[in-house]
Design a protein. Structure first.
Length: 386
């Protein structure tokens, strides 16, 4: 179950998964969403001030909790936990005591015939919370609130924060305070968001959602930065997608016979029409599936050679699902992709400077070579006289 998908489902109501997507995240299935989600996260009890665990302790205790829960009916022994965490049994006992004091429903079960005590978790303790949500899933949901930073500037941020404020009611104050230490272990850096606050675009977003949900044709007034002009389009809105700090509308444009991408912050108006539409194109499961950035065009075969200074970095990343890597004799690497030849690809390759050279297509190679020449000339022109 994807966290953001669930929370967006809560904040926007029963949307179809094809209506709204977060780029690079898998499509969620509303039928699998837990029923508790409208009841999500309240503030901690400030009167409770236990010792703040160090990061190593927090991670280890989180590991212990998950392992106990995975064992379910069989339980897990202290020796097993000590071996798993590579610490002494005395340390494990202290960790279990800390978890109990924090309010987690763990307990020791001495009913086994071999006489060994096993630790288990009482799944009924939080039964009123939801059907099917485990303790560790609940804790993971609360902990991952730090990932909301990735949605700074979107119209969903306030709704998501409100949802987390409600979930706190399902946790005891001790559990909340313990879990408040977890975000110190992992941090996020949000994408560069649009300078424009999308909060004032809520009416436009609401109309776009209405059009996508009910297949209503719409007339939009849109300012294009590439042509620097404003134009009115008749569109069939297919989907909203959030990517790289901005919200986009993917819509079929009958005038051009293709799906195009419109940045919501450059929409000036949306008028919903009474006429309905039947989607003419198959909408991919992933938004911008063929682009390194935000583009809905067809993919092309692209090959880029990287010298040995960049080869290790290139090999260490999954740049696109279509990628193939081939070693070069000089220690470099060739990256083969099936992607859109768009601005995102151009900027990405140029960002490697002289360490990258486009091999295919030749038109892109010539274009980027020209960019390097113009950049070289500009640097020379701005060089101070010696």
């Amino acid at each position: 179950m994807d966290l953001f998908a669930c929370l967006l489902f809560v904040s926007l109501g029963p949307l179809h998964p094809s209506t709204l997507q977060l780029s690079s995240l898998p499509t969620f299935q509303p039928s699998k969403l837990p029923t508790f989600l409208p009841a999500i996260l309240q503030s901690c009890n400030s009167r409770y001030t236990p010792r703040v665990p160090r990061n190593a302790e927090v991670v280890r205790q989180w590991t212990i909790l998950r392992e106990i829960e995975r064992s379910r009916a069989s339980g897990v022994t202290i020796d097993d936990l000590a071996s798993l965490c590579d610490v002494t049994t005395r340390t494990i006992r202290r960790d279990l005591q800390a978890l109990e004091e924090a309010g987690f429903p763990v307990y020791d079960d001495r009913s086994h015939e071999d006489g060994r005590t096993r630790w288990r978790v009482n799944g009924q303790a939080l039964r009123g919370l939801t059907a099917g949500l485990t303790v560790s899933e609940l804790c993971a949901l609360y902990f991952s609130r730090t990932l909301l930073e990735a949605l700074v500037g979107t119209p969903f941020r306030a709704d998501l924060e409100s949802a987390f404020d409600k979930l706190g009611g399902a946790l005891t104050p001790h559990m909340q305070r313990f879990l408040d230490q977890l975000p110190r272990v992992i941090a996020t850096k949000p994408d560069a968001a649009r300078a424009l606050d999308l909060a004032d675009r809520q009416p436009l977003v609401a109309k776009a959602l209405e059009a996508t949900l009910h297949h209503r044709q719409a007339r939009i007034t849109y300012h294009s930065t590439s042509s620097d002009r404003t134009k009115v389009y008749l569109v069939h809105p297919y989907r909203l997608a959030y990517a790289q700090g901005a919200l986009y509308l993917l819509a079929f444009v009958p005038e051009y016979g293709e799906v195009r991408t419109f940045a919501v912050d450059r929409l000036e108006n949306i008028s919903l029409l009474e006429e309905r539409f039947v989607p003419a194109d198959e909408v991919p499961d992933r938004a911008f599936a063929h682009s390194l950035g935000v583009h809905s065009g067809p993919p092309e075969h692209v090959e880029v050679d990287f010298d040995r200074s960049a080869a290790r970095y290139i090999r260490s990343r999954q740049w696109h699902s279509s990628q193939r890597l081939d070693d070069l004799p000089d220690g470099g690497v060739r990256l083969t992709l099936e992607v859109c030849v768009d601005r995102a690809l151009r900027q990405w390759v140029l960002g490697f400077g002289a360490a990258a050279r486009v091999v295919v297509p030749s038109s892109l190679a010539a274009e980027l070579a020209g960019e390097h020449e113009r950049a070289h000339a500009r640097y020379l022109a701005g060089r101070p006289a010696s």
